[in-house]
Design a protein around this ligand. Sequence first.
Ligand SMILES: [Zn+2]
Length: 81
Amino acid sequence: MNCPHCHRLLYSRQHPRCGHCGGLLPEEMRLAPHEIDEIKAEIREIDARRAKAKEKDEEEREAARRRNDSAGGGTGGGVFG
Ligand SMILES: [Zn+2]
């Protein structure tokens, strides 16, 4: 999708104006408010999923470290989940 004014590529259709020349984009080129909401919700979900994955990764690293610390102790219970 290119700007009808400067013909450069539009990197976002969430804004009513072109990011290059500031020209107002025709309504049919813009996203509807509910579509923008959907995109934002999707981005939030991806962020949340990424944060969760990072948390899990750190947890696993911590668990591995603890396993190493208690190597030879022999009192660890195998609880998962
Ligand atoms: Zn433009």
